[in-house]
Write a protein that binds this ligand. Structure first.
Ligand SMILES: *Cc1c(COP(=O)(O)O)cnc(C)c1O
Length: 360
């Protein structure tokens, strides 16, 4: 077996210990006589697995008691629609901050249900920064303020939770959840697809404050209605049971790493090394304003763009894969989520230095 260092933006690398454990338990979970995949989601064994995952998630992130944690299908993209349907609560407009391609997708979907007001945008600037909070225009009549804490494609990350001007703050945390401690009480709702930092694709987590539930638009599909899902323990219908179990294994791994404060230190160190390599070189460049650079997704360009394909191919040959940038922006991108070991980043840096020496 030869596992590579996988820099994919998502689905992305999963800690080997997690995969090993899943393999050990694949044919028979505990003394159940069956795989987790084969269990009834209403049975005692599976309910135990699901409840343990929720308890670990709450513990790791310090989720206060007045928030529900939902495990749902439909990815973060499903939430782009579910959020306005659930949170409008009699209002007609919503505020969005546009800091990159994922914010843009959330905005397009919200427009089907509400009048979207752009509180701030870095589009004109090519999504290389985050507009200063003092310049945001928040409509106080809007139902909530939405932002994307880490722009997976553009490599831009909020380093602090922005002040929502008294509105419920809603955050797409898909690509940086569990990468650092977060004060959940500052938010009305947090959502994230699992396939970046929490495990396999096919399941998403929604953390929603109790008072924001129960006023969904009448057209809201029941599976997207937070109140109904909360009342049913996220099991209104058959949930993605195996993905939920795998997510639980990732959460146990996060705890074994020492929790989010320790993970944050590792992530800071990994990102700092990689950006330092880029900044020290005339051959590589990252366009993002340094204070807003993402610790999770590091896009970079080559001084000779015609060498991008060669770069990716030669990297692949030494076991460093999925370094191509997103199809919409080009260039290269290294995603260095929680599960990317420091040794993987070191190997990438060594490769970059050598590639520059040969081609710079
Ligand atoms: C990946 C990603 C999404 C989309 O997730 P899906 O699960 O594919 O719907 C949304 N927002 C951000 C920030 C992402 O990184």
């Amino acid at each position: 077996m030869s596992r590579v260092y996988n820099f994919s933006a998502g689905p992305s690398t999963i800690a080997e210990e997690v995969l090993q454990r899943a393999q050990d338990e694949l044919l028979e979970w505990g003394k159940s006589g069956m795989s987790v995949m084969e269990m009834s989601h209403r049975g005692k064994d599976y309910v135990g697995i699901a409840e343990k995952a929720e308890a670990d998630f709450r513990e790791i992130l310090g989720v206060p008691d007045n928030y529900k944690v939902l495990f749902v299908s439909g990815g973060a993209t499903g939430q782009f629609a579910a959020i306005p349907m659930n949170l409008l609560r009699g209002k007609t407009s919503v505020n969005y901050v546009n800091t990159g391609i994922w914010s843009g997708k959330a905005i397009s979907e919200a427009k089907k249900y509400a009048e979207v007001k752009i509180a701030a945008s870095s589009k004109e600037n090519g999504f290389k920064t985050i507009p200063a909070r003092a310049d945001w225009k928040i409509d106080p009549e809007a139902a909530y303020l939405h932002y994307t804490s880490n722009e997976t494609i553009n490599g831009v990350e909020f380093q602090e939770v922005p002040d929502a001007g008294g509105l419920p703050l809603v955050c797409d945390m898909s690509s940086n959840i569990l990468s650092r401690p977060v004060d959940v009480s500052q938010f009305g709702l947090i959502y994230a697809g699992a396939q970046k930092n929490m495990g396999p694709a096919g399941i998403a987590v929604v953390i929603v404050r109790d008072d924001l539930m129960g006023q969904a638009l009448p057209i809201t599909p029941s599976i997207f209605d937070y109140k109904i899902q909360a009342e049913n323990g996220s099991m209104l219908n058959t949930p993605p049971t195996y993905n939920w179990y795998l997510l639980g294994l990732v959460l146990e791994w996060v705890k074994q790493q020492g929790g989010l404060a320790t993970i944050e230190e590792h992530n800071k160190a990994k990102a700092a090394k990689l950006y330092a390599t880029i900044d020290a070189s005339p051959f590589y460049a990252n366009p993002v304003e340094p204070v807003y650079r993402s610790r999770m997704n590091v896009p970079f360009t080559l001084a000779k763009p015609e060498l991008e394909k060669t770069f990716a191919a030669e990297a692949k040959a030494v076991g460093l894969v999925s370094l191509e940038g997103h199809r919409s922006v080009g260039g290269m991108r290294a995603s260095i989520y929680n599960a990317m070991p420091a040794a993987g980043v070191d190997a990438l840096i060594a490769f970059m230095n050598e590639f520059e020496r040969k081609n710079g």
